[in-house]
Design a protein around this ligand. Structure first.
Ligand SMILES: Cc1cc2nc3c(=O)[nH]c(=O)nc-3n(C[C@H](O)[C@H](O)[C@H](O)COP(=O)(O)OP(=O)(O)OC[C@H]3O[C@@H](n4cnc5c(N)ncnc54)[C@H](O)[C@@H]3O)c2cc1C
Length: 469
């Protein structure tokens, strides 16, 4: 592993032999290509200790609902089974992880955490570290970034202006971070006597028992877990990747659908990239398609992580974009809006725009939407709400409620982009000012957008009554 992935947070002075090494799995919910897990196994082996992988499930995760919990638990069920096969202890607890994990630190030689880039994820890790500093003198604490190909602060020590400033930095470094080959075998396979709160065999029963928002049902199309991610990616490589340069057209369905798996850490971006390299080596893929995909997976995705790292108020209207964008919005705040819709009308697909309605429908029913339609969808909300702040709040609300990949660094950056972040000023016009404008005519000119509308309708027809009112 490239040592730049590791942040050493606290020394341990282990005088007496401890019972295990603990890996608190939170962001990276997988076994394959998990550097944090591998690092924890290696440390356990060095000290001839077993490994305990801890996962705490809180019903209060910000903005999460049944759709998100189901997807996540489908992945965790697989994680548990694989870890069992590898003779690694997996402890699943129904408790807030930053509180629960503290109960297992006293007897641990070391705590390994994976890296989480959002504010609450950082606060959780800080709380646990502070507790360890106060109460566990002999515990070593390390954090490992296994979510990104190039960790944010290795690539850049500042907020980047856009993809064009980050790209050369990342491109210089990313080959150094092709640094995973195979998960290490655990030597000490002792079974630890901890009782999990649930065996994860019946996810429906578990989610029924959770005090969470049940109004957004699980996606009937997308199932969570590494195996599903892997199958989908295989299909992408076989049937779509070589045409990826045309993937901007929402009617062609040429994208990989990896974002939801990446969001829960169920597959690693590095594994995806390694598979793309393999496809090139085997002659399945040409350089142009490879480059186009890597631009999204590596540059655009990592720009979003740079954004949430350095833009402190990344999730507030007042602090998420550039001064020029606020200036132009101030100047156009009172412009007359031709159409005005409430948040409910938008959510219920009751607008005059069939393309918006189709996109919103896809999102509500399946939990996914194509990138181009996400841009169009958000731009229309900006156009149809009385104020920019209301538009921003509505976009974030709907994004995080329905998208399986919602509540991600990509969510906040993607939305901020619609308000000018990492974009440039365009020709001034009503309502949008200098923000980039998108319209239905553009969709009609560039794509078979009718085809997209029909596809969504077909998907919906195949789903039964999915969203409870
Ligand atoms: C208004 C708006 C809201 C968005 N909300 C989210 C969100 O909640 N969660 C989320 O993960 N993404 C979000 N995005 C970014 C992007 O639309 C999705 O990541 C992408 O559509 C996921 O589909 P895919 O995996 O099939 O992409 P592919 O085209 O197959 O791309 C492969 C991977 O590259 C990355 N990627 C692709 N497009 C982008 C992009 N524009 N910015 C950053 N990374 C990208 C993703 O990790 C994606 O999985 C949003 C974009 C906009 C404009």
């Amino acid at each position: 592993m490239n040592p730049k992935r590791i942040i050493h947070l606290k020394d341990g002075k282990s005088e007496s032999k401890k019972q295990y090494v603990i890996y608190w799995m939170q962001q990276s919910q997988r076994v394959h290509y998990n550097h944090a897990l591998d690092y924890a196994i290696q440390m356990a082996n060095q000290h001839d200790l077993p490994l305990l992988v801890y996962f705490g499930l809180t019903p209060n995760y910000p903005d999460a609902n049944l759709r998100h919990y189901t997807f996540m638990l489908e992945g965790l069920k697989e994680v548990k089974n694989i870890l069992n096969k590898f003779h690694i202890n997996f402890l699943f607890k129904l408790e807030s992880p930053e509180k629960g994990v503290k109960n297992y630190l006293k007897n641990a030689h070391a705590l390994i955490m994976d890296y989480g880039y959002l504010r609450h994820q950082k606060l959780w890790r800080k709380e646990v570290l502070d507790f360890a500093i106060e109460n566990c003198v002999d515990l070593q604490v390390d954090m490992v970034d296994t979510d990104l190909i190039v960790p944010v602060k290795v690539a850049s020590d500042k907020a980047e202006y856009g993809a064009y400033t980050l790209r050369p930095k990342i491109k210089r470094l990313y080959l150094e971070f092709r640094d995973f080959s195979k998960i290490t075998t655990i030597h000490n396979q002792k079974k630890l006597e901890f009782e999990s709160d649930n065996d994860l065999s019946n996810i429906k029963k578990l989610t029924d028992s959770l005090d969470i928002d049940h109004t957004v049902t699980a996606s009937p199309i997308y199932k969570g877990g590494y195996i599903e991610a892997s199958k989908l990616f295989y299909d992408f490589l076989e049937n779509k990747a070589s045409d990826y340069i045309n993937s901007n057209d929402p009617s062609l369905g040429l994208t990989s659908k990896m974002s939801m798996y990446l969001h829960f850490g169920q597959i690693s971006a590095l594994e995806i990239m390694d598979r793309m390299f393999l496809a090139i080596d085997h002659g399945h893929l040409d350089g142009a398609s490879f480059d186009a995909y890597i631009e999204q997976l590596l540059v655009r995705r990592e720009l979003a992580f740079n954004y949430v790292t350095f833009q402190k108020g990344y999730d507030k209207f007042e602090t998420m974009t550039e001064p020029w964008a606020y200036m132009t919005m101030n100047e156009h705040e009172l412009d007359r809006r031709e159409y005005l819709y409430t948040s409910e009308e938008l959510e219920n697909q009751q607008t005059h725009d069939i393309y918006f309605n189709a996109a919103m429908k896809e999102m509500v029913y399946t939990g996914y939407m194509h990138n181009y339609m996400r841009m169009y969808w958000a731009k229309k909300i900006i156009e149809w709400m009385p104020t920019y702040k209301e538009a921003y709040d509505t976009i974030v609300y709907l994004n995080n409620k329905y998208f399986i990949d919602g509540r991600d660094p990509n969510s906040y950056e993607g939305i901020a982009w619609c308000f000018g972040k990492h974009d440039r000023a365009w020709t001034e016009r009503s309502v949008f000012g200098k923000l980039r404008y998108m319209n239905a005519k553009g969709l009609e000119r560039k794509f078979n957008i009718e085809g997209y509308v029909n596809d969504v309708q077909n998907i919906v027809n195949n789903c039964h009554s999915i969203v409870k009112s």
